[in-house]
Design a protein around this ligand. Sequence first.
Ligand code: PLP
Length: 426
Amino acid sequence: MKRRNFFKLAGGGFAGIFSLPKFKNLPALLPRVNGHIDPSDEKFWSLIRDQFPLTTERTYLNTGGLGASPYVCIDAVKSKMDELEKICEPGHNHQLWHDIKEKAAAIFHCETDEMAYTRNTTEGVNIVCNGFPFEKGDEVITSTHEHVGNTISWLARQKRDGIKMKVFVPSMTSAQENIDRIEKLINKRTKAISISHVTTASGQVMPVKKIGELAKAYNLWYFIDGAQSPGMLPVDVHETGCHAYATSGHKWLIGPKGTGLIYVRKEYLDLIDAKFVGAYSNEGHFDMRTGEFHINSTAQRYEYGTVNVPLFVGLGAAMDFLLKIGIDNIWKRDHAMAAAFIDGLNRIGAQVLSPQHPAEHSAMITFKLKNIEYGELQKFLAEKYNLRTRGIYEGGLNGIRISFHLYNSFNEVEKVLHAVKAAQKL
Ligand SMILES: Cc1ncc(COP(=O)(O)O)c(C=O)c1O
């Protein structure tokens, strides 16, 4: 029976009971959430786990690919969709847009007017890469560990407009070494740096603030691919000194699939030219006869045309959920699970490909085994142990990446280690 029909039949009295599992103990938990949550408080975190419909039939370890959404997010999408479909309206209104961006700005630590909605990180990368006024021969520094989403747009621009991409191979042992490697590539043709905050390949946390200082010292444009960071760890975009920062709503922000956010610092809105524009990119009067139009004075200029409003309402609910728990609390929990996983991998003699220093590893850990090729290992973990992992070919690492987010547990850390141990015997 469809849930809505059930509600109708049962009447209002049952509604609260029926919806109990969804928000089970969240309101009761919230007073505790205002402060510090012990990362190893399994009771608390298992109640958080209850807020997700994510199946327990397999162990989900791929938040770096897609984040699972909680009931509050899914319900917000559904009810907005129900509301809008009844009247067939787009639902786009200034106040709603602003209210959701306020939550994003609280996570990014920036101004609401510096945020725009996108469909994914890749769209944000494209806005920035194609918006910078590069000239032929300008050089852009990046790493060999970037995701395809932060690679193809730059390579296309290299082919089309003659910019030159310069790459460094990230060091896994020293943040300073990475800064040195970037600095060595800088010359008088260097125009920009494009780097992931947390790399997709190894989950390495890049020293984005120090790189920002370097960019400033050499007067370079600075873009951060933040697909893997907001929602996982505290982000302060102003502190990084970057010109722009893009993320996905559907990874660590646990929002609906097909949502994203881009931050462009106020001072650089005119530098990063909005190439795709239309309804919502402008403000005030426009006239084809006179050529008059006014580009939006905020980052809203990067949005254009009709979008799926319910999805962004869902993203707002997901961000609200994360903010209520506290990004610091989530980061400590996620990081502690990853640290325990690194310890376990070292204990059993697996090769950890991610940085091991606590300041440089994130909640995603990549590893490999000597006795089995990574594709085979991924298959073994899926088929024999029901683990959803991600194979990592990026940067030639040929390893397996495990992501830990707020719905994972220390039990699951042990479960993966147990499975890896079994794979060592193959
Ligand atoms: C670092 C990085 N950048 C970009 C992307 C692309 O994200 P999206 O598919 O949301 O555009 C990913 C996805 O895994 C990623 O890890």
